[in-house]
Every structure is written in C-alpha cells, then in structure tokens.
Write a protein that binds this ligand. Structure first.
Ligand code: MSP
Length: 563
C-alpha cells in the first residue's frame, strides 16, 4: 500500500505557504485562461495524448490491468481513425521497496526482475491488441535524470524543503504510518508492532496549492466521473498537508541529486513519466517538439484508487513547475472478482492470457469494454463472459455476417450491387445505419465506451431484424422479386460495412476480417471517413469468409473449468 506521508509539525512554513496559496490562486485563474487559449490551438492541430498509469511490475498481470489499457486503446484507436495525431503512452513503474522485496524473494537482482516483468507486459499488450505508441520504464536513465532535475528545480524554487518526518515505523515493511492509519496500534499491512520514529526528509509544499486544486476540481471538468470529485474535495477540505517526498530506507529508487542518501518518493518519480516521456527538460525554456505538440495531455486514465495522486499531487507538481495542467483525469471503476478487487494476495486473479487463448482476443476485449458501465465497478464471472461472447459476438454480429454472406453467395454468386428495388421498409433501417456513427461519437466524447458499443449492437440487432422482416428466402423463390432481393442484400452489406468500421477501435480480429472479405480498405482516417458512411460503395464482390466466432458450449465449458 502506498501511503501519503505528512509532516504534522511544520508550523513555521505554514504562514508563508498560506500567503503563497492566495497569490498562486489568483495566478492560477489567469493561467487557466492562458491554458485554454493554448488548448484551442492544440485542438485545431488535432492531437490527442492519452496515458495509462504505469504498471507496478510486482505481482502477476491480471484482467484488471488489461481493463485500463484496453479502454485507453479503444479511445486511442478511435481518435486515430478520426484524424487525430495520437500519442498513446504506457509503461512500468519500476522503483520502490515493494519491487525490491519481490525481486529479493525471487532471488533476483532488482534490475533483472524489472527487465523480465517489463518484457512480459509488453508481450501481454501484444496479445491484447493494445497498440500503444510509447512505452516508458522509470528505470530509463533519461527518465531518472529528469526526475532528479525536477526535484532540484522545485527545491531551488522553495517548493521542496528539508524537514523531519515523525510517525510510526514498521521495520519489516520499511513503512511509516500515521496514528490514524494504524490498525489496533499495529502496522496496517502486516499487523506487526510499530515504533515511533523520526527521520530527516524533504517535503513538497502541497498545502500551498490546496485552494488552486480545490478550484480546479470544483470549477472545471478536470476530474471525471463527477462522482470522484466529492471524495477528493472532502479530502482536501480536511486539510492538505505538505507531502514527504523522500525516503532514506529505499535503495531501489532515484536518489536526490544533492543529497544522495535520500531517494525520491516513488509517486513523484512515477507521475513525472507523463512529461519525461515527451522529453521534458526541467532546466530549459525551450522544450522538445513532442512536448510542445502533446502537452498538456488530453487524458490520464486511471483506476479509482489512484485518482488522489493524479487529481491532487500531480496538478500541484505541475503548478509548481509552472506547466499547463492535463485536460482530464478519468477515474474508472474496478473489475471485481467475487466482490473484491483482483489481487495476487487475495488469490482471485483471472489470467488474461488464458482467456485470450481459449476464447479469442475479440471476446476478451469485448467483455472488458462492454460489460462494465465505464466509471463504475463491475464483477467478472466466467459465466457472464461466455454468455456475452455467445449472445453478442456469435449470435448477433457473427450471425449477421454469416447469414448475409451466405445469401449473397447463394443468390448472387457473392457479387451484389446497388441496383435493384427499394422499399419504404428500408427507410428506417437505412436511417439508423446513417445515424449510428454520430450516436457513437456522442458516447465516445462522453467517455461512455460501453454505451458506444451498445449503439453498434443496436444497429446489428436492427440488421438481423431487417432480415427477418424482409424475408430474403421468400423473395428468392420468385424470379420477379430478384431486384428487391438484390437491394435487401446490398442494404445489409452496407450495414455490415458501417458496423465493422465502427467496431475497429474496439475489436482486433473480426471486423478487420469482414472488411477484407468485402474488399474494403481501412486503417487510415481518410479511409475511415468513407468507411462509415452510407452509399460510399456501389457494389460488393465478396471473398469467402470463415466463421468469425465459434459458439461456446457454456455448460460444458463451465463444467470443465469447475473440474
Ligand atoms: N504504479 C501505479 C501507477 C502509477 S501512474 C503514475 C499503479 N500501478 S498498478 O499496477 O497497481 O495499477 C495500474 C492500473 O491498473 C491502475 O489504474 C489500476 O486501477 C488498474 N487496475 C489494477 N487492478 C484493477 C482491477 N481489478 N480493475 C480495474 N483496474 C484495476 O497503481
């Protein structure tokens, strides 16, 4: 558990901090206006910088980790397809005592351990179809150097200062705790005795930025969903204390450049990744082209337990560095297993690679993107996973494609054109095909990814219903109905093209195969713009297509899992 470390007794500094706080508050409003101007400029350039948290390479990867990255991946792909220059970053948070502990338990050096784990997460992202643009490791020497420079810069500015930390210390865990964090006077992590201890350390003047952050949270849409704002506001109103940002007991970390027996608090190290990755140079006025282009980030996607670090500490650090603030922090919910957050210690983790190997990558991505109302918690069960795969991917999308392709082959030798006979029955259906992309845009802008998928599957449902209503098999019986039949199949192919185009950000295999079999090019934003509009194609010559998603025998599967 990462804990905030506070200095209870820094009184002398307080008056100054309070005064600075008022001054900074006034500046911040002006600065925010400037930032908005900057962001308008960026908007015109159509850039989109989205980040995942950087992952701890300590335990085993599980589907909870994939949840953050796959949601970011869908957003990144969506913006790429809509003509944005996207930077999607991810990485690993490799320093700290916990990592050192895990490495030593495994009999490995810290470096060997993190190298191995970093490679394994890169492999995992490949398996999940996560197409990030940049991967940062906090042990990258460039990152470490910049973290040191950031620390020194804030020290010179007076926003980091030396003090004393006193608290309850747990020797086996090498952790400080405040009295209120103790459980029955014992360490909340391991339950062992703690002892009152004092240690010299450096503080970041977080309290000074309290009012600014409060304003940021309450007067802008910086943090979403809104349900997370109240919790942060309460936390700040209880009194934001200065933050201890160094430790002397942690060797596996970035050392303070001018006082190397101290190492820099892992969260300062970790949060800085979002700017060091862009080549941010703390000591220079002129920044890298990447920094100029992509900062401030459009979206920091994080799980709800780390919102506090991203919505309080991170903006305060940026204010101290006098840098623009990210446009949004989104705190998503957890994927629960048996009512609990997945974790190795609870023994309730679900292995993503097993699911992908057994049921395919699309089923995996689809479940994570659709099952949980984005922003809320959701529960994983294998039964639901299999049901969702069968109901939506196999029965709805897969079936629509299979039925339409086989009718096109049977009745027209897989060559279908726009000629033929329209009917008023087509109007509402075609209107829905034409309208769905904008419904989806609305959901994506509101970060309702599960809602966006719902819109696509409504169109798939309507397409299957269109088959039932138009009864192509009955039309095929009469030669005179052939023109009508041709138009029905054409309309269905139009819908399948649009649906598959819309699914590209979410799935990795099925829609891509379908579009290829329709001889429809995709992948760039220029192609995408045509892909998802009605009547962009006037005829189809279809190639044979293997079954997209095999049906799962759920009962059999559950029995074999139970065994
Ligand atoms: N290293 C920090 C982040 C530093 S960012 C500057 C960290 N790492 S983590 O590996 O513990 O978590 C990474 C992400 O995975 C977090 O967003 C976390 O919420 C997410 N998830 C881990 N388990 C999860 C679930 N069971 N469900 C959903 N997401 C969860 O925190």
């Amino acid at each position: 558990m990462q804990s905030f470390l506070y200095c209870p007794k820094i009184v002398a500094k307080k008056a100054k901090i309070w005064y600075n706080g008022i001054k900074a508050l006034q500046c911040s409003i002006a600065k925010r206006c400037l930032m908005d101007k900057k962001s308008t400029k960026k908007k015109n350039e159509k850039t989109y910088y989205i980040t995942t948290p950087i992952y701890y390479p300590s335990g085993q990867w599980h589907i909870g980790h994939c949840y953050t990255s796959i949601n970011c991946d869908a957003l990144a792909r969506y913006y790429k397809l809509h003509g944005y220059e996207v930077l999607y970053s991810t990485g690993t948070d490799e320093h700290g005592q916990k990592i050192a502990k895990v490495a030593s338990e495994k009999g490995k050096t810290c470096q060997a351990h993190v190298d191995e784990r970093a490679q394994s997460i890169v492999d995992l992202w490949k398996q999940c179809g996560v197409e990030y643009d940049r991967f940062i490791r906090t042990t990258d020497p460039n990152h470490e150097k910049r973290v040191q420079q950031i620390f020194e810069k804030l020290y010179k500015k007076g926003d980091i200062y030396k003090g004393k930390y006193s608290g309850q210390y747990c020797t086996p865990c090498e952790s400080f705790w405040t009295d209120s964090q103790l459980v029955e006077q014992k360490c909340p992590d391991c339950g062992r005795e703690v002892a009152p201890t004092e240690e010299e350390c450096y503080y970041f003047a977080l309290g000074k930025y309290s009012d600014n952050i409060l304003k940021l949270l309450t007067e802008t849409d910086f943090l979403e969903p809104k349900s997370r704002v109240n919790e942060m506001v309460t936390f700040i109103r209880e009194g934001l204390q200065d933050l201890a940002v160094t430790r002397t007991s942690v060797e596996w970390g970035v050392s303070v450049p001018f006082d190397p027996k101290h190492s820099i608090y892992v969260w300062i190290d970790a949060l800085s990744n979002y700017i060091t990755l862009l080549g941010y140079e703390p000591n220079q006025k002129k920044q890298s082209a990447d920094f100029e282009k992509f900062w401030p980030a459009n979206m920091h996607m994080v799980g709800k337990e780390i919102v506090r670090f991203h919505a309080i500490i991170w903006p305060a650090l940026l204010m101290a560095l006098e840098l623009p603030l990210p446009k949004k922090v989104y705190g998503h919910g957890w994927l629960l297993m048996g009512g609990d957050k997945m974790s190795k210690s609870k023994g309730n983790i679900v292995d993503p690679l097993q699911l992908i190997e057994k049921y395919g990558i699309d089923a995996f991505r689809y479940y994570l993107l659709s099952e949980v109302q984005f922003g809320s918690d959701g529960t994983y069960t294998t039964e639901l996973y299999l049901q969702r795969t069968n109901t939506d991917l196999v029965n709805s999308y897969g079936n629509l494609v299979r039925r339409t392709f086989s009718m096109a082959e049977q009745y027209f030798g897989s060559v279908v054109s726009h000629s033929g006979e329209a009917d008023s029955l087509d109007d509402a259906f075609l209107e829905l095909v034409a309208h769905t992309p904008s419904l989806l845009d609305r959901e994506m802008t509101a970060l309702n990814l599960s809602g966006a998928l719902k819109r696509i599957f409504e169109l798939i449902g309507a397409s299957n219903k269109y088959i039932d209503d138009t009864k192509p098999w009955a039309l095929a019986k009469e030669e005179t109905s052939k023109p009508r039949l041709m138009r029905v199949i054409f309309n269905l192919l139009e819908s399948i093209r649009v649906v598959s185009g819309l699914l590209l950000p979410f799935l990795s295999v099925g829609p891509q195969k379908v579009l290829q079999a329709m001889d429809t090019k995709f992948g760039t934003s220029a192609l995408h713009a045509k892909l998802i509009v009605l009547n962009a194609k006037s005829d189809y010559k279809l190639s044979p297509l293997e079954m997209l998603y095999p049906r799962i025998d759920i009962e059999k599967e559950l029995k074999s899992i139970a065994k």
